[in-house]
Design a binder for this molecule. Structure first.
Ligand code: ADP
Ligand code: MG
Length: 362
């Protein structure tokens, strides 16, 4: 996967003598120590790279530095130190004019508050980014209508924003971002103001759209469940620093520290884990039957539980060409649902000769 967007040792310090502050932060000072001098270290030494077509989520509590980080990614804020690269091009080295060009053509932003223009129709709102780019009316309307249809708003083109529900207004915001050809989408708490059900709906819609659009997305949220549903990878921020970057499974099964561990207690593991994370790849003495109902490595946990309830033995997990890649005994499923110590102890050998796999194939 090629890197579309890279952050290299990004710092943003607000207040007096920012360069001096960066030096102290590099030497290990934290935000609290600088606060005394009236200096805010909003982002501290952030590095990551986002691949083509990836959804990269930045998750952290309010004040952890997410929005500041995002504003450096789109060039609205100049980093105090460090670099941002788009397709290898150093954003921090561009002239203001070149930067505006990049921002209007390559990047689309979606904010928490839909920021729709009340006196423009839904269509004209969706077409706004194209209008800024100087795209002729007929073409921008066609593209706006296409984007609205993608977002489930066909038929609403001529309505006014206040005729739409909050969820629908947010879809118009999303359509506006999708109508331009920009393939880098930056979303700052885009769904956070929505009611839970509508929010879930928007998450599903985004994932569905992403299957075909394959945009490169940086999505910001303070909600770990949302992060885990959407993110191919997630960076967890705390007090300006990224404390862990990994897949949902990495974070759930191998939290980098107590802080991350405390966060994941509230996560619904069954929505995140798949058979690949749960299966025993070195089964000893677990009987599984490949002729019965089986799973694949990407079978979701909840489905795995359902299969497990229907078969009288461990569930066989089959990879390509139906080769056995692991087994999931029922007691292993239970082990993964607890919030303490996610990795269950390996299954003991019950019955059978020591170390012998007991796999019956029909
Ligand atoms: N323009 C600014 N001037 C001074 N401090 C700022 C500014 N913008 C953000 N901050 C501070 O930087 C920290 C991170 O803010 P922000 O990036 O908005 O966090 P988040 O989006 O995670 O809630 C906060 O302490 C905030 O008060
Ligand atoms: Mg914010």
């Amino acid at each position: 996967m090629s890197a579309r967007l890279e952050a290299e040792h990004l710092f943003k310090v607000f207040g007096r003598r920012p360069d001096e502050a960066v030096e102290r932060l590099r030497q290990g000072a934290d935000r609290e120590e600088l606060r005394g001098d009236g200096t805010t270290a909003a982002v501290i030494d952030a590095s990551f790279s986002v691949g083509e077509g990836e959804i990269f989520v930045v998750m952290g509590l309010s004040g952890s530095g997410k929005s500041t980080l995002l504003r450096m990614l789109n060039g609205l804020l100049e980093p105090t130190a460090g670099r941002v690269r788009h397709d290898g091009q150093d954003l921090t080295a561009l002239t203001d004019r070149a930067l505006r060009e990049v921002r209007s053509r390559k990047i689309s932003m979606v904010f928490q508050h839909f920021a729709l223009f009340p006196h423009r129709s839904v269509r004209d709102n969706a077409a706004y980014g194209l209008e800024v780019q100087g795209v002729p009316r007929a073409e921008r309307e066609r593209r706006a209508d296409e984007a609205l249809a993608l977002c489930g708003l066909a038929g609403w083109e001529k309505s006014w924003p206040d005729e739409l529900s909050g969820g629908m207004q947010q879809r118009v915001g999303l359509a506006r971002a999708l109508a331009t050809d920009a393939d880098l989408l930056l979303m700052d708490e885009s769904f956070s103001a929505l009611d839970p059900l509508i929010r879930r709906d928007m998450q599903d819609q985004l994932l569905e759209l992403q299957k075909t659009l394959k945009k490169t997305i940086v999505f910001i949220t303070h909600d770990l469940n949302e992060a885990m549903r959407l993110g191919d990878r997630i960076a967890v921020m705390r007090d300006g620093r990224i404390v862990q970057t990994g897949t949902a499974e990495d974070i759930l099964l191998r939290p980098a520290n107590d802080y991350v561990a405390s966060f994941i207690q509230d996560v619904d593991r069954s929505r995140v884990l798949t058979a690949a994370a749960v299966m025993d790849t070195d089964p000893r003495g677990d009987e599984a039957d490949c002729a019965c109902e089986t799973a694949t490595p990407d079978t979701p946990f909840t489905e795995l539980c359902a299969i497990s309830a229907r078969v009288p033995h461990a569930v066989a997990v089959l990879g390509t060409d139906r080769a056995l890649v692991g087994v999931v005994p029922r007691q292993r499923l239970v082990g993964f649902l607890g919030d303490e110590d996610a990795e269950p102890t390996p299954c003991r050998n019950e019955g059978g000769e020591d170390g012998k796999k007991v796999i019956s194939r029909a």
